[in-house]
Design a protein around this ligand. Structure first.
Ligand SMILES: *[C@@H]1O[C@H](CO)[C@@H](O)[C@H](O)[C@H]1NC(C)=O
Ligand SMILES: *[C@@H]1O[C@H](CO)[C@@H](O)[C@H](O)[C@H]1NC(C)=O
Ligand SMILES: *[C@@H]1O[C@H](CO)[C@@H](O)[C@H](O)[C@H]1NC(C)=O
Ligand SMILES: *[C@@H]1O[C@H](CO)[C@@H](O)[C@H](O)[C@H]1NC(C)=O
Ligand SMILES: *[C@@H]1O[C@H](CO)[C@@H](O)[C@H](O)[C@H]1NC(C)=O
Ligand SMILES: *[C@@H]1O[C@H](CO)[C@@H](O)[C@H](O)[C@H]1NC(C)=O
Ligand SMILES: *[C@@H]1O[C@H](CO)[C@@H](O)[C@H](O)[C@H]1NC(C)=O
Ligand SMILES: *[C@@H]1O[C@H](CO)[C@@H](O)[C@H](O)[C@H]1NC(C)=O
Ligand SMILES: *[C@@H]1O[C@H](CO)[C@@H](O)[C@H](O)[C@H]1NC(C)=O
Length: 520
């Protein structure tokens, strides 16, 4: 009687053990995964949704500008000596206006950024600081004309003299805030055929940096005013309900699923997210994370470096590497970013570390990482001082939470440059040395609030409890099993253990033991 009960007890405990194993190896991870997915996916009931829609803390938008300290000498042919001034710090608020849900598990939204100057964070720097920088819009106009009709360049320069008042050299002396946001007035009124040509081209192409004046007699040029309060989009983003591993991927921008600007299906791919959200990692980090940046019409990526702690949270650390903006020879995948419209003396492919923005923005601008970090050393030889690439200051990086993939801290940095070109026919450019001239660089940084850090800490604690619970249940089941086995062996003392030690069927149907013994 006792033996029978013991056997039943053993049978039940084995069933429990099997259940515990299934639960521990499959059930618990599944439940955890479901919970994470529920919190992350883009629908208005999920925990992250509101934080994704409207960033609870503003990003910091920093601008560093290159003041030219020897402008007169550069005009006479000397190497430029630059002096970096900054950061001018702005708070960048990001709000998404949800337009609705689309087919194929997508959400459609418009993105609005708003910038406010942060005097406290900028320290002694004021927005009306007087600076001397490369005359970006002037060089852009000259290079454009040289590109489309080289013969007309002297004629156009005459027009530019009335377009840009008091044109003496290729440099611009302005207040910082006029260059960044308020705008520098460019006159379009005058009895001059070439002037109307220049203005006509701008009206036609509507470069984002040119804002028409109220009474239409000219334009205001500024680097970032088109980003302030103007909505961009619509973006179509994967919601991660059907497939959580696609969460955050942008599948279309402006109703387009690829970018036509590069004239190539590979370079035109929209890869990655708007850097606000990534799929959960759950200990299985992707080698690269992609972000799509409409301002430069391309996806950039950061590569996995290692695992490190930040804010006391375990995270995967990603950093931009030199392959991203590599030249064609170093990274053949980049060859479709080569466009022949920057400089006639090139095959269109630029040096290591720079990207031609002309196809994207219709301005002959070149982007790079700050101070030509990870770019060809050749670019540095153009300067007599003020340019010194430094990994710590100039890299782009991101820390993603090791479980949820939430961005704990991230920084993206980009520099805007334009070519200063020697043009014999133009007095202002007659003696200058040709080279790639930096204007300014920006840093967009974000980190999660203390509050969200706490929330993550809490949920990680929960996860570790769940993890302990999982092992505890498994452990208990094993103990139970061993205990019941001992009961069985004690109750049925005549049935010796050793003979049957690997036979589960023996427990369920004692009769089998004889079969086994016979077959031995
Ligand atoms: C979520 O959206 C649905 C419709 O899409 C709406 O009926 C519901 O009230 C929303 N819930 C919240 C919490 O906003
Ligand atoms: C920038 O350089 C010019 C000289 O080229 C100088 O007059 C000006 O004070 C500098 N601006 C700042 C903010 O240092
Ligand atoms: C949804 O996906 C299918 C198949 O991938 C595709 O044919 C269709 O065009 C997509 N719809 C939208 C609106 O993108
Ligand atoms: C951006 O636009 C807002 C609203 O028009 C304005 O208040 C703010 O000053 C602008 N920011 C900058 C840096 O000009
Ligand atoms: C142009 O130069 C003249 C004289 O040199 C000066 O009076 C005028 O203020 C200048 N205009 C601008 C816009 O700098
Ligand atoms: C540079 O261009 C601006 C317009 O962007 C013009 O007003 C200015 O006079 C030019 N500066 C110089 C020093 O020629
Ligand atoms: C994008 O598509 C939507 C609806 O499909 C349409 O209302 C909108 O005008 C389109 N936008 C552009 C820029 O083509
Ligand atoms: C886009 O992503 C795919 C895979 O994720 C990758 O193979 C491809 O190189 C990326 N394209 C670009 C232009 O970066
Ligand atoms: C980080 O975590 C450890 C252990 O979890 C704890 O002892 C320590 O106080 C924490 N540090 C901070 C700054 O929160």
């Amino acid at each position: 009687m006792l033996g029978k009960n013991a056997k039943l007890f053993f049978a039940v405990s084995v069933c429990i053990l099997i259940a515990a194993i299934v639960l521990a190896s499959w059930g618990f991870p599944k439940i955890v995964h479901k919970q994470i997915q529920k919190n992350l996916q883009l629908q208005n009931s999920s925990a992250m949704f509101e934080k994704w829609r409207e960033l609870p803390v503003p990003l910091t938008f920093k601008i560093y500008v290159f003041n030219v300290t020897n402008a007169d000498d550069v005009t006479d042919g000397a190497k430029p000596i630059l002096n970096e001034i900054g950061p001018f710090v702005y708070k960048e608020y990001r709000v998404k206006r949800i337009l609705g849900y689309g087919d194929n598990d997508t959400i459609r939204y418009m993105l609005q950024k708003t910038f406010y100057f942060d005097q406290e964070a900028s320290g002694s720097l004021r927005e009306d600081e007087e600076i001397t920088v490369i005359n970006y819009s002037y060089m852009a106009a000259i290079l454009t004309v040289l590109d489309i009709m080289p013969a007309a360049v002297t004629l156009v320069n005459g027009a530019l003299t009335s377009f840009f008042s008091n044109l003496t050299d290729p440099f611009l002396r302005v207040k910082a805030k006029d260059l960044f946001f308020d705008g520098i007035f460019l006159n379009c009124v005058g009895e001059n055929a070439a002037l109307s040509l220049v203005c006509g081209k701008i009206r036609l192409e509507k470069p984002t940096t040119m804002r028409p004046s109220e009474n239409n007699d000219g334009f205001y040029f500024s680097m970032f005013s088109h980003l302030n309060t103007t909505e961009s989009g619509p973006y179509d983003m994967k919601r991660g309900i059907e497939n959580i591993h696609e969460l955050g991927n942008i599948v279309a921008y402006n109703n387009m699923t690829t970018m036509s600007q590069w004239g190539d299906p590979y370079c035109g791919q929209l890869n990655g997210s708007d850097s606000s959200i990534f799929p959960p990692i759950e200990g299985n980090p992707p080698k690269r994370i992609y972000t799509y940046e409409p301002e430069i019409c391309r996806s950039l990526y950061a590569s996995l470096v290692d695992k490190r702690d930040i804010f006391n949270i375990s995270a995967y650390y990603y950093e931009i590497d030199e392959m991203v903006l590599a030249s064609k020879s170093a990274n053949p995948g980049n060859k479709c970013f080569c466009k022949k419209d920057w400089s006639s003396s090139h095959d269109g492919c630029l040096l290591m570390g720079v990207l031609n923005l002309n196809p994207c923005k219709n301005v002959p601008a070149i982007v790079s990482l700050p101070h030509f970090y990870l770019a060809s050393e050749e670019l540095l030889e153009y300067f007599d001082g003020g340019i010194s690439p430094d990994k710590e200051k100039h890299r782009s990086f991101a820390y993603l939470d090791a479980t949820t993939g939430v961005v704990l801290k991230g920084t993206q940095r980009l520099q805007f440059n334009i070519e200063l070109r020697n043009v014999n026919a133009i007095p202002q450019l007659e003696y200058v040395k040709t080279g790639l001239f930096p204007l300014l660089w920006i840093e967009e940084g974000a980190e999660i609030s203390e509050e969200l850090q706490q929330e993550l800490h809490q949920s990680h604690k929960m996860l570790s409890y769940v993890e302990s619970l999982r092992w505890a249940i498994l452990g208990l089941a094993v103990i139970l099993c061993i205990a019941s086995a001992m009961c069985v062996s004690r109750a049925g003392g005549l049935n010796p253990w050793p003979r049957n030690h690997n036979s589960v069927s023996f427990i369920l149907r004692p009769g089998n033991t004889f079969d086994i013994n016979k077959s031995r």
